[in-house]
Design a protein around this ligand. Sequence first.
Ligand code: IVH
Length: 667
Amino acid sequence: MDKKAIERRINELREQINYHNYLYYVLDSPEISDAEYDKLMQELVKLENTYPDLIAPDSPTQRIGAPPLEEFQSVTHTLPMLSLSNTETEEETLEFDRRIKRFLHLPESESIEYVTEPKLDGLAVEVVYEGGRLRVGSTRGDGFTGEDVTLNLRTIRTIPLNLLKKHEPTPEKLEVRGEVFIRVRDFRELNQQREENGEPFFANPRNAAAGSLRQLDSKITAKRPLDIFFYGIGEVMGHRFETHWEILNTLRGWGLKTNPLNKVCHGIHEAIDFYKEIGGMRDSLDYEIDGVVIKVNRLDLQERLGTVARSPRWAVAYKFEPRQATTKILKIEAQVGRTGILTPVAIMEPVRIGGVTVSRSTLHNQDEIDRKDVRAGDWVLVQRAGDVIPEVVKVITSKRTGKEIPYRLPDKCPVCGSNVLKEDVYYRCIGMNCPAQLKERIRHFASRRAMDIEGLGEKLTEQLVDKGLVKNISDIYYLTKEQIAGLERMADKSARNIIDAVEGSKGRELPRVIYALGIRHVGEQIGKILAQQFGSIERLMSAMEEDLQAIDTIGPEIARSVVQFFNQKNNIKEIERLREAGVAFPPLSKIQSEKLKGKVFVFTGALKFFSRDEAKDRVESVGGHVASSVSKNTDFVIAGEEPGSKASKARELGVTILTEDEFLKML
Ligand code: IVH
C-alpha cells in the first residue's frame, strides 16, 4: 500500500470504530461482536505504530491519558452554568407549574409540555466541539468559571472525540453539558481495589467520580470507569432548536449519550407520575440519582420565563428523600465472613434512610476506623448508595461527650476463638473449623483438585452443616449412609455413592491434603512443593518459618501463614481427628524409575481407579507427562472403559495401548 492508501485505510478504520463506539456506548445496541471490534482496533493500532506521523489526537486509540499537569487552567463558560431550584413535595411541584402559568398568563387548566429526566448525582461538565471536534472540556466550577479537564474528559469512552456525521450536519460550534458519574457497581469495585492497596475509600459514587475527574494525571482518570449523560447545551452556532426534546434527540444523533429514561410529559401530573416511577426504580438503577429534573419543553417559553438569581424559572429539581441521616453508634462488632475476614460493623440506633430502616453499617477495616476516628457511642452521618451496604461517612465530633470508646479489631476470632492473621488491612481467622467459615472450607476441602469428594457439593454441605451433622471438617468421615439418606432429595443410592466417595478420598496424596486444609496462600502448587520438601504432614507441622523460607519458592508471607496455621491448637486437633478417621496423608511417590522419564501418555475412556487429575499426578510423579491428543510422539495410550477415537488413532499410528490395570502395574 502506498502512503495515501494507508492514510485512507486509517481514516476508514477511525470512522468505523467511532460509529461502533456510538452504537455500543450511546445506543447500547452494537452491530458487531467484541472480537470484530477488537480486530478493527488492532489493525488501527498496528498502522499507527508503523506510521506514527499519522497518529491524530482524536484517533480512538488516543484515550489512554496524557502526561500529568502541574495544575488545571481555568475556563470561563460562554454562558453561565446555572443551578436548579428544588422542590421536595408534590405540593411544591404543583406550585412550580402554577407559577409558570401565572408568569406566561396562561389559564390554570392549560397543560404545559415538560421533559423529565433523572437527576444524576455526579458532577456537571461542559464540553466544547468546534467543527465537530472536541476542543475543551471543563468542570462547572462556580457556574461562571471551571477547570480545564479536557485531557481527563478525553479518556471517557462515552464522550466522542468527533461528533458523528451520520444523522445530522455537525454544528460549527457546540457547547454541550452533562453529568459525569460512576456506576454503583464500579464504585464498589474501585473501593475494593483501594482497600487492597491500603488507600482511603471514596465516601460515595459522586466523590469517586469527582476525585477521578479532577486528577492532574489523566492516566489515572483513564483507568477509572467514568461515564456521562448529556442533558443540555450552552452556546450553539450553526444549528437551531425549537424544543428541549429536540436538543436531546439531536445530541444523541451527534453521538452524545443521553439518558434513555428521559421522557416528554403532558402536564405536571404526568411529570409527577414520572417522579414516582423513577423513585421506585431508584434502588435498581446502577447509578445514583437524587431526584428528577422537570424542564419546560418549548425553548420560546423557556426564554420568556428567564432566570431568577442563578436558577431558571423553567426547570426544577424534584428531589428524592436524602440518602443520608445521622444516628448514634451503640457498639462496634467484628463480623467474620465466609472466608474468615473480620469486618468491623457499627451497630446503630435504627434510622430511616431513603425509605429503608438501617441499623448496621460497615466500617470496612481497621484503617478506615482509624482514619475516620469512629468510636462506639459516636453520633455519625450514615449514607446508603444504591443497594450498597450503608456506610459511616463521618463522625459528628461536635456531639462528642468524652464517653466514646475507641475500637480495635480483636486478635482472636469472635466466633471460634482462633488466632487472627493480620495481613495489610485484612484481619483473618485461621481456624479450620470456624463455624463462620465451615461451609466454605468444606467446599474447598471436597473440591475436585483437593480431596475430590464427588457429590459433596454446596447444597449437601449446606444441609449437613445446618442440621448439625457436620461441625468439623473431620465429621465428614463419620457420616453414616442413613444420616445422608435422611436429608432432602437424597436417594439411598446417592447416599451410598457419597459414603464411597468420602471413603475413597482417604487415600489422597499429601500435596492434595495440604492444599485441602485451606491454609492461607497455600494453593495447589505450594501444596506440592511443601509435600515434596517435608515428605509428611508431621514434619510440615513442626517446620519453623526459617525452614520454610529456605525453600526457593516460599516467601515470608507463606511461611508465616503456614506456621501460624499449625500453631493453632484446634487445627492440630483437627488434623489428628482426620488421621483417626483414616485419612492417610500418603507422601507423593518419588520418581522411582528413570524408565518412564519423558514418556508421553494419553488417556481415553472412563478410568476405574483414578480421576483424570489423579492419573495425571501419578504420571508426573514418575517423570512422564500427559498430552490431550494422540500423535506420533505419544508413547502410551491408556484405554479405560469405552475408549474413544484416540484408541483407533493410536492403533493407526502403532502406539502402545495399555489397559488401566497394565498402567497400574507399570507404575
Ligand atoms: S439541567 C439550567 N439536567 O444538577 C439547568 N441538571 O442543580 C441546569 N444535574 O449542575 C441543569 N442531572 O450537575 C440538569 N438531567 C439533568 C441533570 C442535572 C443532574 C445536575 C447538574 C447541575 C445540577 C443543577
